[in-house]
Design a protein around this ligand. Structure first.
Ligand SMILES: NC(=O)c1ccc[n+]([C@@H]2O[C@H](COP(=O)([O-])OP(=O)(O)OC[C@H]3O[C@@H](n4cnc5c(N)ncnc54)[C@H](O)[C@@H]3O)[C@@H](O)[C@H]2O)c1
Length: 285
């Protein structure tokens, strides 16, 4: 199916989650500058309103809607409000997420397991359930973009990110599955796998009361220092996303920093395949 050239996104409607800060805020701004009608959404209402007000003051066509992406009903309300405000939804940037770095998994409280799973992973399920069917129903060209992480392609041994990576591997898997399933439709799918980006990701104060309330883990400082020192800017990532939309990329990476770890992982898997093949040759079922 033919996909739209980038300028055909002008006048179309986008939803961006996690739009009060970081990658979401920068991408919402870029999409609005490209002529899209953008619904900014976030769990932090004050920062969200400030972000939207800033863009409105520049004459951009945006609105905002507070939403907790870990809550399915909240995502449905976001979709309903967006359609009521701007009409059909053409681009969903499922981007809101939280960090869970530097914590050994056996020491993680169950509340944190639930939190990271519900925000990073269930959020995508909620968008697949409540937003994607609307795109398929209207039938116009549309784009379903999920934010995973470079941690969705490898578990960096230096960063203790098993639980975070679990959620981001799931985002990659759901994206790969959607790409297969939607091949004959007008909805294109992509997955953003950024390396470090200098954002507020290390803040951990957005955990809802039902998941145990705000948390302040000592390990957050480790992530804060690392992403602020080495990270790309959010606006760089937004430009990278736009370029990848133009080029029809599926896996959208932001740099090659994790290349050795990714290659080492793939080599181990390929070696395991070879060992299984050798075993198969020597043994009957
Ligand atoms: N910054 C990095 O180094 C990096 C690297 C790889 C992937 N990512 C991913 O990028 C995405 C954006 O993160 P960022 O780096 O811009 O961080 P950020 O903290 O600056 O922005 C994330 C936004 O998501 C919002 N959010 C958190 N929980 C939410 C919820 N339940 N419902 C709705 N909104 C919620 C936060 O309020 C915040 O405004 C995340 O999915 C993150 O995992 C970030």
């Amino acid at each position: 199916m033919t996909q739209p050239s980038p300028n055909t996104w002008s006048g179309k409607t986008a939803i961006v989650t996690g739009a009060a800060s970081g990658i979401g805020a920068a991408t919402a701004e870029l999409l609005a500058r490209k002529g899209m009608k953008v619904m900014l959404s976030d769990i932090q209402p004050v920062q969200l309103a400030a972000a939207a007000t800033g863009l409105l003051a520049q004459g951009l066509q945006v609105a905002h809607c507070a939403c907790d992406v870990s809550d399915a009903d909240s995502v449905k309300t976001l979709a309903d409000f967006t359609e009521a405000t701007f009409g059909n939804i053409h681009l969903a940037f499922n981007n809101a997420g939280i960090a869970m770095h530097g914590v050994p998994m056996h020491e993680m409280p169950l509340g944190d397991w639930r939190w990271v799973s519900e925000v990073n992973m269930n959020s995508i399920i909620h968008s697949i359930h409540h937003i994607l069917p609307r795109m398929l129903h209207h039938g116009d060209p549309a784009f379903f973009l999920n934010t995973a992480s470079i941690g969705g392609l490898q578990v960096n041994p230096a960063w203790m990110t098993g639980a975070y990576s679990m959620t981001k591997y799931a985002v990659v898997a759901m994206s790969e599955g959607l790409e297969n399933e939607l091949k004959s439709t007008a909805v294109r799918v992509a997955v953003l796998c950024p390396s470090a980006v200098s954002t507020n990701l290390s803040d951990a104060h957005t955990r809802p009361e039902r998941l145990g309330g705000a948390t302040d883990r000592p390990q957050q400082g480790f992530l804060r220092e690392a992403i602020m020192r080495t990270g790309a800017t959010p606006s760089y990532v937004a430009r990278r996303i736009w370029q990848a939309m133009e080029d029809g990329e599926f896996y959208i990476l932001t740099d090659a920093a994790a290349q050795p770890v990714i290659e080492a992982r793939h080599r181990r898997i390929e070696a395991a395949v070879s060992r299984a093949a050798a075993f198969r040759e020597q043994h009957s079922n």
